[in-house]
Design a protein around this ligand. Structure first.
Ligand code: GLY
Length: 395
């Protein structure tokens, strides 16, 4: 009898505590949602222009870009992630509205980034609704992206040829493959699946060094499949490990394993994760400098976006591995989110023009977007929060 009474008291006290103090996770979700209200209200000013999509800050002011910018899918994608986190239909309506602005992109063949642009907008929409029109946009976008496939080299061309490169392919391109798998699922046409597999295999063969770090840009001879050059564009030097590139590679091979269940992709993802997690230049807060090989001084900029992408990828990868690796990946992803969700990374509500995260680095060698908020950092931060919450629920 006495035990029952003690139990009841403990139960009531714990219930009271829960009712009085929202869990940290809920507080954070409220906070990011409130902050994104600011971004939404700043961004609607740009809706009637040819640059409706918020991307970053320039001199402290919101800088918006056209739907043809490679980052145009991240804003609607972030709103889909917010809808997933909050279940608030306001975010769903806004996400839908901004997603539809991207409809013309399905026919755009001048970029390899369609997987980012259409996948993060239309692809996320389909997680929350059935919509055949949206499915058709994804299939058409996959068709447009496939026009960049070079069969002899077995690779999707990234940027168009220029004075320096004949057929440049960047590690980031691994992120465009998810949409191809989705298109095969929708259409039943395995062409897209096969292109994704060919691209991932060629990249795995050529883009990585012995320590599983990756080059940024490879130049292919499309007639012989020879590699003409191994370079960087956004990194510190050709032989360095540009931080966001490592994150794209990790995320890309996690997708490959999810979609094919081929063990070689899981091994590749584990090896890339190992490179990132154990890197000697990784700061204590686990937010990398913009390049793992950049000289470190107290002015070397970080890249919060690389950290957010890594965290999101690690949460998914943790679900495919055994207990020890699972704990390692979840702990590391949690550490990253803990850092990002605090000073100096998470902006105070109402500041930063509504962007969530500070301290990302876009393209340092051309002096562009250094130590700023960027829409893709926010997108992957929200996606990582969503994945963390779903994993906690499952557990
Ligand atoms: N895909 C370009 C970048 O990561 O900056």
């Amino acid at each position: 009898m006495m035990y029952k009474r003690i139990f009841l008291v403990l139960f009531l006290v714990s219930g009271w505590c829960n009712a009085q103090e929202p869990k940290l996770e809920e507080t954070l979700i409220d906070r990011v949602s409130e902050q994104y209200e600011y971004l939404y209200h700043y961004s609607i000013k740009f809706l009637d222009t040819d640059k409706p999509m918020p991307r970053t800050l320039v001199e402290g002011k919101l800088h918006a870009v056209s739907i043809y910018d490679w980052t145009s899918g991240f804003y609607p994608g972030s709103m889909w992630n917010l809808y997933g986190l909050t279940n608030n239909t306001e975010w769903k309506n806004r996400a839908n509205y901004y997603t539809k602005l991207l409809e013309p992109l399905q026919f755009y063949t001048e970029t390899h980034d369609l997987g980012f642009m259409i996948g993060d907008s239309y692809g996320n929409a389909l997680k929350y609704m059935d919509n055949q029109d949206y499915e058709m946009v994804i299939v058409q976008a996959a068709k447009s992206l496939s026009s960049r496939f070079k069969p002899k080299a077995g690779i999707l061309q990234s940027w168009n040829s220029n004075d320096k490169w004949q057929c440049p392919v960047i590690i980031d391109n691994m992120m465009n493959l998810e949409m191809l798998f989705e298109a095969t699922r929708i259409s039943g046409d395995s062409t897209y699946y096969n292109i994704a597999v060919a691209h991932a295999n060629t990249t795995m063969r050529n883009h990585f060094r012995d320590d599983y770090s990756s080059y940024h840009v490879l130049d292919y001879d499309i007639n012989t499949d020879n590699i003409l050059k191994r370079n960087t564009a956004q990194g510190y030097k050709d032989e360095s490990a540009w931080a966001r590139g490592q994150a794209w590679g990790l995320y890309g091979y996690v997708i490959m394993y999810r979609e094919t269940k081929d063990a070689k992709y899981l091994a590749q993802a584990n090896n890339i994760a190992n490179f990132i997690i154990n890197h000697k230049n990784l700061p204590v807060d686990k937010i990398p400098y913009w390049d793992y090989d950049a000289p470190v001084t107290n002015k070397t900029p970080r890249d919060a976006s690389a950290a957010a992408i890594t965290a999101s990828a690690l949460y998914e990868l943790s679900t495919y591995v055994n207990n020890d690796l699972n704990a390692l990946y979840v702990n590391r992803a949690n550490n990253i989110l803990q850092s990002l969700a605090a000073e100096p990374y998470l902006a105070e509500v109402g500041t930063n023009e509504g962007f969530l995260l500070k301290h990302s680095t876009g393209h340092l060698p051309i002096n562009s977007e250094i130590d700023v908020p960027i829409n893709y950092a926010d997108y992957y931060f929200l996606e990582a929060l969503l994945r963390q919450r779903n994993l906690n629920k499952d557990n």
